[in-house]
Every structure is written in C-alpha cells, then in structure tokens.
Design a protein around this ligand. Structure first.
Ligand code: NAD
Length: 297
C-alpha cells in the first residue's frame, strides 16, 4: 500500500498535489530547487486549508495534522529515497523532466512508481530515460487540485496494467475520478482545451472582440465557468505556450501553431496570475477581474 509520496515541483500544481495527498493521510515530501518556492507553497497550502475551515470542511486540528504530513526538501536524491510514488510537477519543459526522471530513477526504491503531472510531454519518452518504463505513468491533476475532481491517467507505451490499476485506485482514494488516456500529444484534456484557448487569443489578436466580450461569450454562451482568456491566465501563459508547441511539433499540423500574441506575452513575462498580469491585471487583495491596460480600448 502506498503511504509515502514525493512531489517534485512546488509551483501552482505541486502545492495542490501535496495538499490533497496530505489531506488523505499520505506522508508527503515536497521537493523544489527553490527554497523560496517551497516556503511559498507551504503558505499557499495553509491559506487553502483556512478556506476549507471557513467552509466547515475541515477543523483547525485537521489543518495542523495535514501540515505535519508535509515536509520539504531541495535535494531530489534525499527527497525520493523512501518514496513509494513520485509525482513530478516541475516546469513543463522536456529536458528538465527527462533530467528529473533520470535522477528520481537512480534514487528511488526499485518498486516505486514514477508519475508525471505533465500536461503534454510524452510519458513514453520520459519513461525511456528510466530503468523502469513499466512503472512510469501520467497522473494529470487539474487546477486547482484540491477542488477539481478529474485525474487524467495516461498510459505510456510500456506502462504495466498493474501500475495503471494502482494509480486508478489511488486517484479514487484521493476522492478524484480517474479517466484513462493513451500517450499521444496533449492526451485528451489539452488536445481539446488548448486549441480553444489559442483560438480565443487569435480572436483577440485579430480584433474580432475584446477580452471581456470573448470571455463573456464563452462563459454565458457555452456555460463555461471561466472564459478561455481568464482560464489561460489561471493556467499560466508559459504553460499554454509549451503545450501548444508540443501539439504543433507532435502532430505537424499548422492548426496548433501558437498565436503570435501569446508568444509575445510570454517573451515579455506577462504569464497571467503568477506574474500579476496576463489578459487581466491581478491587483494584490482585489477579487475584481480587471482587463490589462494593454487590452483596454
Ligand atoms: P509552475 O511554473 O507553477 O511550477 C513549477 C515548479 O517546478 C517551480 O516551483 C520550479 O521551481 C520547479 N522546478 C523547476 N525545475 C525543477 C527541478 N529541476 N527540480 C525541482 N523543481 C523544479 O508550474 P505548474 O503550473 O505548477 O506546472 C507544473 C506541471 O504541471 C507542468 O508539467 C504542467 O504542464 C502541469 N500542469 C499544469 C497545470 C496548470 O494549470 N498550471 C494543470 C495541469 C498540469
């Protein structure tokens, strides 16, 4: 039975994944190269637990226990040494992930399962740099992890049925609903979502409509909880760009080419919520959605 989980990467997704495992009594080691990111992640988890207390979903005592279940580490070798499952949620960059899986494979116990939360990078390719490709799988959580019910479970070419079954059961144990996909660019979720976000950005770029109109049309017209431009800010524009580049390269089809406006925004570090500005501006403490100056007529 899996009890010890190591989560690599303490950004947007890593803190949520650590939170959910700890809330379900797993012992979690949260690993990042940046000590500052680790501290930020722990304070984000504490804030999100406070929100759960306000909603009367958990008690103060449970919050303390959950936080005690999470330790932090900057050394990956030490961080995975006793793991039964590693969930990698580091930056969406192929060379970073290949390097991390090599390191995790060398340091983790032989029966440990190595999962990636990647949005689009090939699980089969990641598995190929390890000595245990049958134990490598995609475990794709959705953002925000404590709230969203889906885990897209992605089978690499070599993933064993036993490992798939273990991750499916584990996802259910976390209160999530697993859905299976095979390993092709973007899997299912992002193969469908990213072309929609890219088209919304093209629609803005070609001045068909403004930020608010595009998001309002998609929210009210299609009953989406968030418009595609707000969702892109939420995901991170750098993450959206990386996924589109992988779809574009993987299928060789120009329909996935990232909109030049997205490319420019990422080049100027307007990455959405995480940098305070994307299609909207995120003012400290404000809950109002304010369109970025750049897109105001
Ligand atoms: P992020 O940029 O918020 O965080 C990435 C973290 O990885 C950072 O804290 C960084 O310091 C850390 N990191 C980078 N290199 C590292 C290394 N060598 N060792 C340890 N830590 C390292 O990114 P994110 O949005 O949390 O995305 C993480 C993964 O989750 C990506 O694969 C992404 O595709 C996937 N994902 C993202 C979303 C989303 O909505 N943002 C949704 C589902 C899946």
């Amino acid at each position: 039975m899996i009890k010890n989980v190591s989560v690599i990467g303490a950004g947007t997704m890593g803190n949520g994944i650590a939170h959910v495992f700890a809330q379900h009594q797993f012992t979690v080691t949260l690993i990042d190269i940046s000590e500052q990111q680790l501290q930020k992640a722990i304070s984000t988890i504490a804030k999100n637990l406070d929100r759960q207390i306000t909603k009367e979903l958990i008690s103060e005592e449970q919050k303390a226990v959950i936080l005690q279940h999470i330790q932090t580490e900057t050394n990956i070798g030490k961080g995975v040494a006793t793991a039964q499952l590693v969930v990698e949620a580091a930056t969406e960059n192929e060379s970073i992930k290949l390097q991390l899986f090599k390191q995790a494979d060398e340091a983790a116990p032989p029966d440990c399962i190595l999962a990636s939360n990647t949005s689009s990078i090939s699980i089969t390719k990641i598995a190929s740099v390890t000595s245990r490709p049958q134990q490598v799988i995609g475990m794709h959580f959705m953002n925000p992890v404590p709230v969203m019910k889906l885990v897209e479970v992605i089978n690499g070419y070599a993933t064993s049925n036993f490992v798939t079954g273990t991750i499916v059961e584990l996802s259910k144990q976390l209160g999530k609903t697993p859905a299976l996909a095979n390993d092709y660019p973007g899997f299912v979720a992002n193969r469908i979502l990213m072309p929609m976000i890219n088209e919304a950005i093209y629609t803005l770029h070609e001045s068909v409509a403004g930020v608010e109109a595009i998001d309002t049309i998609m929210k009210l017209g299609m009953a989406h909880p968030m418009g595609p431009l707000q969702l892109a800010d939420f995901i991170g524009l750098d993450v959206c760009l990386s996924i589109l580049q992988i779809l574009h390269k993987g299928f060789g089809n120009p329909k996935y080419a990232p909109c030049p406006l997205l490319v420019n925004m990422v080049a100027s570090q307007k990455l959405g919520i995480k940098t305070g500005e994307g299609f909207y501006t995120y003012l400290a403490g404000s809950k109002d959605l304010v369109v970025s100056d750049k897109f105001r007529k």
